[in-house]
Design a protein around this ligand. Structure first.
Ligand SMILES: Cc1ncc(COP(=O)(O)O)c(C=O)c1O
Length: 321
């Protein structure tokens, strides 16, 4: 039965089963289709609600999380919002550790949802809105200290299988069902790599010829083997120039794509104006990369993307004029 036809016991049950929409206005004049999964329609307005639920429920099942135990995780804001929701409903105190470089709407939303938010200074000279791998390393140090001090469960999104499983068990299969199995390619802007890894695994299992591409910021395309010449990009939530992402499986990667800040921003604005879809920077990056594929190697094909979070999370930035 469709979830929309049932009564949900809590907000946790409203996570997932997001709509898949064809972006036929943005692809006018091009051969091929882009199918976009509206992940900002999750209760925390991002795809990361899915991994929050999976990581916490896996830890409960495995006996790693005790009733009432504190949960800690580093976040660019979205995983923390998902964990605020899941932990709030289930009664676990939650501490979110975030860089001051991420937009402040995120900290306010997590606090509103009952989380304790610890903000970490960026590296000297770094600009707000441009969170690098170096900034994230500072956040990681702080998260590790707090986890030890509070004897907390670390909802470690870079390492725990729940991040992969959420997308392997749900996001990917949902897209295959919603498209009638019609997906021929997938491209995804990578932070932890959990979304890419989980969806790609589901797609390859269904049909190994579905081509899966990693999307990185121009100037920080280290997974593609380039040096990080400009790690301080604008695409919040990923592109940390980390070569070691344990959740990624090399055999599922068919190629690498690069998106410049300006292209991501322009496409995020076009999504809003032309498709009525109010999403964030990384959503624009994914669509820009998909359009690039339709214009080049994948003319005439159907490319799937995730629209990772809501444009509301960037009202304090200059994304919106
Ligand atoms: C807005 C946004 N886009 C993209 C990503 C990257 O997703 P993943 O960590 O699954 O690679 C994140 C991760 O936090 C995010 O918040």
């Amino acid at each position: 039965m469709n979830r929309q036809d049932t009564l949900c016991a809590s907000a946790i049950e409203t996570i997932g089963d997001t709509p898949l929409v064809e972006l036929s206005r943005l692809t006018r004049g091009l051969e091929g289709r882009i199918l976009a999964k509206l992940e900002f329609l999750n209760p925390g307005y991002s795809k990361k609600d899915r991994i929050a639920r999976q990581i916490i429920e896996d830890a409960e099942t495995d006996g790693l999380l005790k009733p009432g135990q504190t949960v800690v995780e580093l976040t660019s804001g979205n995983t923390g919002t998902g964990l605020s929701i899941v932990c709030g409903v289930k009664g676990y105190p939650f501490v979110a550790v975030m860089s001051k470089g991420n937009s402040m709407e995120r900290a306010r939303m997590m606090r509103a949802l009952g989380a304790e938010v610890v903000l970490v200074d960026q590296l000297p000279g770094a600009k707000p809105g441009q969170v690098s791998g170096g900034d994230l390393a500072l956040v990681e140090q702080q998260a590790q200290c707090i986890a030890v001090e509070r004897q907390a469960f670390r909802a470690d999104q870079f390492h725990l299988a729940g991040n992969f499983r959420a997308h392997y068990l749900h996001t990917g299969p949902e897209m295959l069902r919603q498209s009638g199995g019609g997906i021929e390619a997938f491209c995804d802007f990578v932070g932890t790599g959990g979304s890419f890894a989980g969806c790609a695994a589901a797609f390859k299992e269904f049909n190994p010829s579905i081509a899966c591409y990693i999307v990185e910021p121009e100037g920080a395309a280290v997974l593609a083997g380039e040096p990080a010449s400009a790690p301080n990009h604008r695409i919040q939530g990923g592109g940390y120039a980390m070569t070691d992402l344990p959740l990624l499986r090399p055999e599922h990667i068919d190629g690498y794509l690069k998106v410049a800040d300006s292209a991501a921003i322009q496409m995020t604005r076009r999504l809003a104006r032309e498709e009525g879809i109010f999403a964030g920077f990384s959503s624009g990056a994914n669509v820009a990369a998909a359009i690039n594929l339709l214009q080049t190697s994948l003319r005439g094909k159907t490319v799937a993307v995730l629209l990772c979070d809501s444009g509301l999370k960037y009202l304090s930035t200059d994304l919106w004029e």
